[in-house]
Design a protein around this ligand. Sequence first.
Ligand SMILES: C[S@@+](CC[C@H](N)C(=O)[O-])C[C@H]1O[C@@H](n2cnc3c(N)ncnc32)[C@H](O)[C@@H]1O
Length: 328
Amino acid sequence: MTPGELLKLSGAYWSSCALHAGVKLDLFTKLAEAPATAGEIGRATDCDLRGITMLLDALAGLELLAKQGERYEATPFSADYLSKKSERYLGHIILHHHHLMDGWTRLDQAVRNGRPTWSGPSHSQDDSVRESFLMGMFNMANQSAPLITPAIDLSARKRLLDLGGGPGTYAIHFCRHNPQLRAVVFDLPSTRPIAERTVANAGLAERISFQAGDITSDPIAGGFDVLWVSQLLHGEGPASAAAILKKGVRALLPGGLVLVQEFILEDSRTAPLFPALFSLNMLVNTTEGQSYSQGELSRMLAEAGVRDIRRLELELPSGAGIITGVAG
Ligand SMILES: C[S@@+](CC[C@H](N)C(=O)[O-])C[C@H]1O[C@@H](n2cnc3c(N)ncnc32)[C@H](O)[C@@H]1O
């Protein structure tokens, strides 16, 4: 690494903050509709002219806007991913990243005392923080699910349990891909309205139901033949994650398929970089959460009574991996 690269790394959050502000102020939706001057956008968003001009210029510098004379407009890319009117809108996950920033600025404190810097998004009292988190998960899952569902044969399966399923994105994609399949999304009670909305929007309310509960303390009804556990275990410590897997596997009929998606560390724990950094995200946001290695996840699955454990050969845009096995 060069000193220049080091300083670029140190100041990378300036670019992130410019993007976050652009999404918070919803500039991209407006500028995908029609080009506008800084004055016009400033009036439409109730922003100071000096401030909005600087932000628009920086976003143009980041190639998220195009500037022609005094007018700015969304690029084809930002119109596709940053306009609220696009089906591919990624603003929810960007706002979620924004909500995590305050906690990350106090990472040194979390490292010193081993405790999170705030309640974390799952348990936040702020509805908008929880909504960005859950719809951010919807954004992320919509990128990966179209690659995952064709790679997993559920053609003979009837009932899928989506444990910690959030907005139900994976249940939706698995059910779309497998017309005989029904699913239950199990998640915290506060998730219900968002999950029911996404399931209804997908036209699958007849086949996907929501069960409200706390996975660490509430029972789960049995009779499933697929267990899908995506990005849930990293929010828990090793003992709790193992107990959750045991509970999920107990809800399966013998021969039930188990699928666990996580950001998986190599045994060195230093790579890939994303799960190593994600562990710090769990330090800031949870009391015991962390990224796990393939060996740790495989051992938890084996202790839960799962056999034929292996990792699926899938390259996903999120960098996550999927470990599978069979119950009983
Ligand atoms: C990172 S999100 C993953 C959502 C979804 N599985 C996905 O991959 O898109 C974790 C989910 O677990 C849920 N969750 C966290 N703690 C939980 C608990 N104790 N009981 C039930 N659900 C929980 C959260 O509400 C959230 O929806």
